[in-house]
Design a protein around this ligand. Structure first.
Ligand SMILES: Nc1nc2c(ncn2[C@@H]2O[C@H](COP(=O)(O)OP(=O)(O)O[C@H]3O[C@H](CO)[C@@H](O)[C@H](O)[C@@H]3O)[C@@H](O)[C@H]2O)c(=O)[nH]1
Length: 422
């Protein structure tokens, strides 16, 4: 049997996702209409023999997470549990700490996935690849090709091109190493814990020499990338399965809109029922659009492409929405226009107002370009990016909000351009 682990991190993570991550843990932020990690779960439950999915992170369990877990359990009829780390133990420390839970029931292999990636999750292909490489029980990293410049933001993999063995692994190198990058999706056998255990023991020995206080905790912080993959490379145990199917990181809010676009187009194959269609008496739909069944939308509104409308959203006459995510409870009054933006929970946009951002999509002329999860400021100035309205923001009628980030609960009274409104 098989299991899967999703590394969901914790509240100190996801800083580039603010102010949206103030309201909901980033792994539950809706992408193409469903929580980010539901896409991982949907891919896992399609794998035959998948017995359990474990979310590992250091969030305090809260109502939102519990609600998600129980509704996912019911919907997918597989055990889905949250295991909370007592502190941030990093990508290898968390799975090591909970190794007994992962190994209970005797899985022959298990997937580990970063929560903040969007992917087609070619999990059956990874299982097949594992059988055909090494001794059939090797560890597999999903890789993809990036351009030279962007590869430096990821784990970089040098492979033996004949055998696909990982010969060399460098996490976020400062100079070019390889254009094959780590997608943050792995297939391990229980033997991985032997290798993590060796690092744990080494950390303990090092700490004894240093006579540090709180050593137990420090020894348990283990990074899969720097501590494990770097050492395993070249030992005939670690292989890379390179895919050219869609994949992207979800770090910034801008990348959530891009990820939504990728998943919405995948819905044609996986969930056609989630895509809105043009019907008489319904709004005009252009391209791929998700509309929650409880949203109330005037038939004269025009939506799409790449729009996701959340629960209980209300959209008035003549409204235009493109390349945006509208979160639950928001109200878009008549004739307002929302482009390249995320509109927060329960926010209101007044009549004839225009809320617009600048997309940060990957360069369409470069087949290997990834989205740049850029920092907020460059040369002391806010970089033009998508506009984000935090929750419960109110935008008056007839104003323009351009390339701005509005923190929650703000009541604006005029137009703003390229600003963070605190
Ligand atoms: N449980 C747990 N999860 C964690 C912790 N720290 C990070 N994570 C989770 O682990 C994943 C990786 O997060 P980061 O440590 O921020 O790494 P990164 O910059 O995203 O880079 C990683 O992913 C890239 C692909 O997206 C890889 O290219 C890179 O090599 C690396 O694995 C995220 O899903 C994050 O939530 C932790 O202490 N505990």
């Amino acid at each position: 049997m098989l299991k899967a682990v999703i590394l969901i991190g914790g509240p100190q993570k996801g800083t580039r996702f603010r102010p949206l991550s103030f309201e909901v843990p980033k792994p539950l932020f809706p992408v193409a209409g469903v929580p980010m990690i539901q896409h991982h779960i949907e891919a896992c439950v399609k794998v035959p023999n998948m017995k359990e999915i474990l979310l590992i992170g250091f969030y305090q369990p809260n109502e939102e997470l519990n609600r998600f877990l129980s509704s996912a359990q019911q919907e997918f009829r597989v055990s889905i549990r949250y295991l909370q780390e007592y502190a941030a133990l990093s990508t290898g420390g968390g799975i090591y700490h909970f190794r007994d839970q992962i190994l209970s029931g005797g899985p022959e292999a298990f997937f580990v996935m970063n929560a903040d990636v969007c992917s087609e999750f070619p999990l059956p292909e990874m299982l097949e690849f594992q059988k055909e490489h090494g001794d059939g029980r090797s560890f597999v990293i999903q890789g993809t090709t990036a351009n030279r410049k962007q590869s430096l933001n990821y784990g970089c993999i040098v492979e033996n091109q004949d055998t696909n063995e990982v010969l060399h692994y460098v996490e976020k190198p400062s100079t070019f190493v390889s254009d094959i990058i780590n997608c943050g999706i792995y297939l391990f056998t229980p033997e991985i814990f032997h290798h993590i255990g060796l690092v744990f023991q080494k950390h303990q020995r090092d700490l004894l020499l240093e006579e540090q206080v709180n050593g137990w905790q420090r020894a348990e912080v283990i990074r899969l990338e720097q501590d494990i993959f770097t050492t395993l490379a070249g030992q005939g145990k670690l292989y890379v399965y390179t895919t050219n199917r869609f994949w992207s990181q979800i770090k910034s809010a801008g990348s959530a809109i891009y990820a939504s676009r990728l998943y919405l187009s995948q819905y044609h194959k996986t969930h056609p029922e989630r895509l809105a269609r043009n019907r008489e008496g319904s709004p005009v739909i252009i391209g791929n659009v998700y509309i929650h069944p409880t949203a109330a939308i005037d038939p004269t509104a025009v939506l799409g492409p790449n729009v996701s409308i959340g629960k209980g959203v209300s959209i008035g006459a003549g409204v235009r929405v493109r390349e945006s995510i509208i979160l639950h409870g928001a109200t878009l009054q008549d004739h307002c226009c929302v482009l390249n933006s995320i509109v927060g929970w329960d926010s209101t946009i007044g009549k004839w107002a225009r809320v617009e951002g600048t997309p940060s999509d990957p360069n369409p002329n470069d087949p290997y370009a990834k989205i740049d999860s850029e920092t907020l400021f460059r040369d002391g100035k806010l970089t033009p990016s998508i506009t984000i309205l935090g929750c419960n923001v109110s935008i008056p009628s007839e104003v323009i909000i351009l390339n701005s980030i509005v923190l929650p609960h703000k009541d604006l009274n005029r137009s703003f351009k390229n600003q963070i409104i605190l």
